[in-house]
Ligand binder design. Structure first.
Ligand code: SAM
Length: 346
């Protein structure tokens, strides 16, 4: 048993007790990066030259902080990175997280985002440890294109095996995230639509955001929501599906013949900041209230200076209150945050 701290006193999930920002949004969704190490060097994310490395917290520290967040009404938790499967204590961490209950005595919605490279050998263990959902990143159906993007030979076969193992272990329908970049992989849009139908996965196309280590992003490299929709619909007609949850980031579409589903996440051309219910905790324990924040809040520092659970609760409430209204991608004066996606946790 890893947990040494009791769950902080619960206040009940009455609306007045939930985490709120100053724009009236309720925050119920926490993404925790458990490492910023990654075994891939995707061309749109990393420079391929090693780069900065931030610290990682001990398992017990993540667990204590997550318990405090849950006591404040967080009911959706996604572990990410970096590559979270590189943390060997992940199954142990999941077993503890699966025991947590919200103030309404419900289990957490417990999900993981991974590049899938190590998933085939771990999928069953993760399910047995309490994982409920997985999202696998895969930026090309075509193997040579994929390996060129990840810069790891043989990665395509590993990820495909990981997706299939996850489906077999009961994590289906697996969501497959594909970040599209014009001139890199936009020829993969239709193949991915067919892939979604053949494999029984939900492919979610993501507009590329300016969060890379290098300087690749331009408005022209972004493949927009409307273009993706149009290019698929020319061959495979699509119907808009109703959102399955409030604040859902993906616009969902079903194929008109009833077989299969895709989603499009369009933070650049159709920003959804007004419905954002998310905050992030970086691998070194900083709260980020927006992907594009220029300010971080050192929660782990507070913890290590001996803060009580009640201190942490009060401090988190203050931090969440300062959440930015929206991002400013593409606007004059926009500048990227100092951390790139791999170091924030996507
Ligand atoms: N290593 C895991 C993975 O590959 O899924 C988790 C971390 S990764 C940073 C999380 C997600 O962010 C991946 O789906 C990745 O494709 C996406 N991503 C990275 N950089 C991005 C960017 N600049 N714009 C949009 N999505 C990005």
């Amino acid at each position: 048993m890893l947990s040494t701290h009791p769950i902080p006193k619960l206040h009940g999930a009455e609306p007045e007790n939930l985490l709120r920002d100053s724009h009236g949004r309720v925050i119920r969704d926490l993404r925790v990066s458990i490492t910023d190490r990654c075994n891939y060097r995707c061309v749109y994310c990393r420079t391929g030259e090693g780069g900065a490395q931030y610290a990682e917290l001990a398992t017990e520290e993540y667990l204590r902080l997550i318990r405090v967040f849950v006591s404040l009404g967080i009911n959706k938790l996604r572990l990410t990175g970096g590559e979270p499967l590189l943390r060997t204590d992940l199954p142990a961490m999941l077993r503890e997280l699966a025991l947590l209950r919200t103030p309404n005595n419900e289990p957490l919605d417990l999900a993981l985002t991974t590049n899938g490279h190590l998933l085939a050998g771990l999928a069953q263990t993760l399910v047995d440890s309490g994982l409920q959902r997985v999202t696998v990143s895969m930026d090309a159906v075509d193997a040579p294109t994929f390996d060129r993007i990840t810069r790891v030979p043989g990665s395509h076969g590993k990820v495909l095996a990981g997706i299939r193992a996850a489906q077999a272990a009961g994590l289906g329908p697996v969501k497959v995230n594909c970040v599209l970049l014009r001139g890199f992989n936009d020829d993969q849009i239709l193949p991915f639509a067919h892939f979604a139908r053949a494999e029984g996965v939900i492919v979610r196309f993501i507009e590329f955001m300016p969060l890379e280590e290098g300087r690749l992003w331009t408005p022209a490299i972004v493949v927009s929501h409307d273009e993706i929709l149009q290019r698929i619909s020319q061959e495979l007609p699509l119907l808009r599906l109703t959102p399955s949850a409030a604040g859902e980031t993906a616009r969902r579409y079903g194929f008109a013949d009833g077989q299969g589903e895709i989603g499009i996440i369009a933070p650049v051309t159709q920003a959804f900041c007004g419905a954002c219910s998310r905050i992030r905790l970086t691998s070194d324990g900083k709260i980020r209230t927006c992907l594009f924040s220029h300010r971080e809040h050192d929660l782990a520092g507070h913890l290590r200076r001996g803060a009580s659970d009640e201190d942490l609760q009060a401090w988190i409430r203050q931090v969440v209150h300062t959440k930015e209204a929206r991002h400013h991608i593409g606007e004059p004066g926009f500048h990227k945050p100092s951390r790139s996606m791999v170091h924030i946790g996507g």
